[in-house]
Design a protein around this ligand. Structure first.
Ligand SMILES: [Fe+2]
Length: 158
């Protein structure tokens, strides 16, 4: 009898204060994203993934609105980064309908690495720019908007 392959320890990155860009709404949304990525598990993937993708779209549109409202000059380039990320995730998801531990870990690893790289470079640049140009005043929080399915919103149909 062959032994089953042992489950690899899940790839986990916890949110830490060092990820803050000092825009409170963005920081708390980022923190929630890390929590949702951590929840991804092969037994509950469908519901968690729906919630995560829905939240990614909400977060991106809120962050973009804050950038636009504050006159951030790098907003168009930043929007492009969000679009590229969405396209990569859509490609990954359309490659297969089935999940196993390995595919979950691949997704978690990709999401965590992308989030950290993006936050610590591009979002942080916005946080610093905002502090320089608008003083210590945080941007006004973006209010909730009507709910549109994440896939439609991802494709700009929202
Ligand atoms: Fe961003």
């Amino acid at each position: 009898m062959t032994e089953a392959t042992p489950r690899k320890a899940p790839f986990v990155v916890e949110w830490r204060d060092g990820f803050k860009i000092n825009v409170p709404q963005v920081d708390s949304e980022h923190q929630h994203l890390f929590a949702l990525v951590k929840q991804l598990d092969v037994t509950t993937v469908d519901s968690t993934l729906d919630e995560l993708l829905e939240y990614v779209v909400t977060h991106f549109s809120n962050e973009q609105q804050l950038m636009e409202d504050s006159g951030y000059p790098d907003f168009p380039a930043h929007l492009k980064l969000h679009e590229e990320f969405s396209a990569t995730v859509a490609d990954f998801l359309s490659a297969s309908d089935t999940w196993d531990d390995e595919r979950i870990q691949d997704l978690r690893r990709f999401l965590n690495k992308w989030l950290i790289g993006h936050i610590m470079t591009h979002d942080l640049r916005f946080g610093n720019w905002h502090r320089e140009h608008h003083g210590a005043h945080a941007p006004e929080p973006v209010k909730a908007r009507k709910k549109v399915g994440w896939f439609d919103r991802l494709l700009g149909r929202g």
